[in-house]
Design a binder for this molecule. Sequence first.
Ligand SMILES: [Zn+2]
Length: 367
Amino acid sequence: MKWSFKLGAVSGIDIRIHFTFVFVVIWAAVQGVSGLGGIRGALFAAVSILLLFVCITLHELGHSLVARRLGVRVKDITLLPIGGVAQLETLPERPLHELLIALAGPAVNIAIAAGLALIVLPLGSTAALLNPGYLSYLLLGSRSLLALLIYLLGANLILALFNLIPAFPMDGGRVLRALLAMWTSYPRATRIATRVGQLMAVGLALLAFSSFGSISLVLVALFVFTGASYENQIVQARAAIRRLRVRHALPTHPIYTVATEDALTKVLEMSYRTYQYAFPVVQDGMLVGILSRDDLLAAFQRGDRDMQVAHVMQREFPAVSPDDMLLKAQQLIAQADVIALPVFDQGYFLGLISLEDINRTYANLSW
Ligand SMILES: [Zn+2]
């Protein structure tokens, strides 16, 4: 993420912080001066907000460590004024994995809250702590350790509950998507979760404007609304890519062929004239080899310019049919390390398909 710098790393996962975060601490300190009074009030408020963000970091670490355990790579964790974001490099493969990863964050906050409750409860009588008047005196008027602990306890409970709102792409929304994906397709589950999430975002924004007047709630609503549609687009595009077949990417323009006894200089001249990156080599109406421009240039560099096509062409290559999945063709090209694959339809040679053709088809799709 832009404008963020690295704070440190926890078991190989970088923790980064966005520069706007500084303003959150300053804002808290200013609130502390007016609310709690003086430098000590400012310090108390700043420490409280920093400890809150420690809890948010632990929440994100909960997601990240479970994700890594399930084979999902984690890029880093970035702390923003509105909370933290753990960036996963890949998407979890199975709905159950996504469910576990999504629940891990709020589970950390519940564990912290439970731990704090064990410390707080012996410090004061339960009846007094449940008294709203006493509680607001503690939180708003005092700078005691007890107040700090209660503040963190409440904040962790709110963090857990707020993140479990089914507003995709927030944790609760991911839980919803994972549950939906257990009985319908992943793209459809994502589409439904996105709609629910955007509805929730509108609700959050209305709530923010009507009673709370909280700017950070507006930002969260905006984040949810745009984040949901962005993730939905990625998922739908990936699903579409998985449905593509070789015939969708097969070039339609005519393809020039060469013969085994053709001179390399002739093919080079053809390649400059036609911009064709590879030539099928045909003998008696049969495809016997492929000559790529790279092979051709390599031959010229070696000084083999008087040779014939038969000497430098590739004779072994995998082939695909127009009904094969495009992803399979892409894998074959990478595995065999060839520039293009011949496409055969029941023995009939249709043309060549290259990585360039495949990437162009993906690009058109995302448009
Ligand atoms: Zn989370």
